[in-house]
Design a protein around this ligand. Structure first.
Ligand code: NAD
Length: 486
């Protein structure tokens, strides 16, 4: 069956949104966006250069005082209107997501609703951020602390889930009273641009959010801009180091949401089918290109072989294919460069472990796209390259342990600390294991996504700061203390 041709008419016209101006030429050059399932060009994207980043920051600074001073209930209502528009336009946003990064449509269809949920949740904070009255001594005084917005937040997001990133980061930033300069990557600019249009349609004042797609030079212009009060970066550790180098020029505070190599611990008493189903889901969902996937499966000796067999069995029954086909479970990876990088990691792993499934580029009707099949690597040594580095592709590494101490040691023995998963029926034991894990988020005996109300983020090389919940709102406010003599 030939691949479905992407309906390009849903894409917004290529532009940058600065204030309420749609700019269709730009000083940063152009990027030819490609549909990953076929490798064919979609549209050329204008890339922000220094001038457009500067204009967006200026627009945000001009809009910031009025946005911060807006009565809280108005801000709440505006954010709820954004959520409503996202839901009304969910079908179009879903199609745009499929074109943008080849997320299979069955998965992409959840994305707009997840983002709308996040806007609704954060709208609820807009009229609840207050402060505290403090105790003081030795003289009588009235002392209070009030949580204020920073002003202008520079938000840099990755290509793997722009809508989700927007919900997790832009929604709380706005709810807390900040303006945002949003820089989506050139690889996936379309949903962010459409989102910018929806914001204006919802009545969010011009300049409160500008959308300036771009590559590294746009990122550098944003991170080093003196008009940015805080940076929120989601992406890889390598880029994070460059973000910090830009931020140090103005001592701009930074929140970092980075990658992972998350452990998935399966104890012998676990519900094995459920555990393995969830573990393989980590490499199937968006072809393993999600930060929190538990791609390092560490199973107890006595069930190890059964886990390997079950993983292969489940993955053999899944459909890899056309992202627009509702029955497709897994699509391609995002780009030719990503496919080459992942294949080189698999080639290197071949000498270090056993490839029990996959491991070759897909051919035939898939050859023009960037397809890599689900790949299962067994007998992986935790010191090996494949165990220590994020693949960001459909590759599951299976390791074994003989007791809980070894399980915890292996789980923690990577530079990362984003998520961890634990499977086992003895909850007392499971709690003891969870307490030992170096990870920002731990899921026990199941995974149903991240509710908007919980904090999400990493430790160690997976970053710092949190998105989501009360902590996610706190990232975007700073305390001011006031002491008044009585
Ligand atoms: P990336 O680091 O290559 O790019 C991320 C963003 O940084 C893009 O917008 C890119 O254009 C921009 N950028 C590139 N060079 C820059 C520079 N010099 N200065 C400033 N910005 C620059 O990451 P990616 O390939 O887009 O995304 C994959 C990575 O993101 C993975 O490591 C993944 O685990 C991580 N990720 C983390 C989370 C999380 O919440 N923890 C969520 C999604 C993805």
């Amino acid at each position: 069956m030939p691949m479905t041709a992407p309906p390009l008419e849903v894409l917004p016209d290529p532009h940058l949104l600065v204030g309420d101006e749609r700019i269709s030429t730009s000083s940063g050059g152009w990027h030819e966006h490609r549909y990953a399932a076929t490798g064919t060009a979609t549209r050329r994207v204008p890339l922000a250069g220094d001038a457009e980043i500067d204009a967006a920051v200026r627009a945000a600074r001009a809009a910031a005082p009025a946005w911060a001073a807006l009565p809280r209930d108005n801000r709440r209502r505006l954010l709820l209107a954004v959520a409503e528009l996202i839901r009304t336009n969910a079908d179009e946003l879903t199609t745009t997501t499929v074109i943008e990064n080849a997320t299979p449509v069955s998965l992409a269809a959840h994305s707009p609703h997840l983002t709308a949920d996040l806007f609704e949740y954060n709208a609820g904070w807009a009229d609840k951020i207050g402060g505290t009255v403090e105790a003081t001594w030795p003289v009588p005084a009235f002392d209070y602390t009030v949580e204020e917005p920073y002003g202008v937040i520079g938000v840099i997001i990755p290509w793997n889930g722009p809508l989700a990133s927007i919900g997790m980061v832009v929604a709380p930033a706005l709810a807390a009273g900040n303006c945002v300069v949003l820089k989506p990557p050139e690889l996936a600019p379309w949903t962010s641009l459409r989102f910018g249009e929806l914001l204006l349609e919802a009545g969010i004042p011009p300049g409160v959010v500008s959308v300036v797609p771009g590559g590294p030079s746009a990122g550098e212009a944003l991170t080093s801009h003196p008009g940015i009060d805080k940076l929120h970066f989601t992406g890889s550790g390598a880029t994070a180091r460059r973000v910090l180098a830009g931020a140090q020029q103005n001592l701009t505070p930074v929140c970092l949401e980075l990658g992972g190599k998350s452990a998935n611990l399966i104890f012998a008493d676990a519900d094995l089918p459920a555990a393995v189903q969830q573990a393989v889901g980590g490499i199937v969902q968006l072809a393993g290109q999600t930060c929190l996937s538990g791609t390092r499966v560490i199973a107890e000796d006595s069930v190890y072989d059964a886990v390997v067999d079950m993983a292969v069995d489940i993955l053999s029954q899944l459909t890899v294919g056309d992202p627009f086909d509702a029955d497709t479970h897994m699509g391609p990876v995002v780009s030719a460069a990503a496919a080459d990088r992942i294949m080189s990691m698999i080639e290197r792993a071949r000498t270090e472990c056993r490839v029990v499934m996959g491991g070759e580029r897909m051919s035939g009707e898939f050859a023009a796209g960037y397809y890599i099949p689900p790949t299962v690597l067994a007998d992986v040594d935790n010191d090996s390259y494949i165990a220590q580095n994020e693949v960001f592709g459909p590759v599951l590494a299976l390791l074994r342990f003989s007791d809980a101490a070894e399980a915890v040691r292996l789980a923690n023995d990577t530079p990362y600390g984003l998520a961890a998963y634990v499977w086992g029926k003895d909850l007392q034991h499971t709690h003891r294991v969870v307490a030992e894990l170096a990870a920002g988020n731990v899921w026990v005996n199941g995974f149903f996504g991240i509710p908007p109300s919980v904090p999400f983020g990493g430790v160690k090389a997976s970053g710092y700061g949190r998105t989501g919940g009360r902590e996610g709102i706190r990232e975007f406010t700073r305390p001011k203390n006031v002491w008044i003599a009585l």
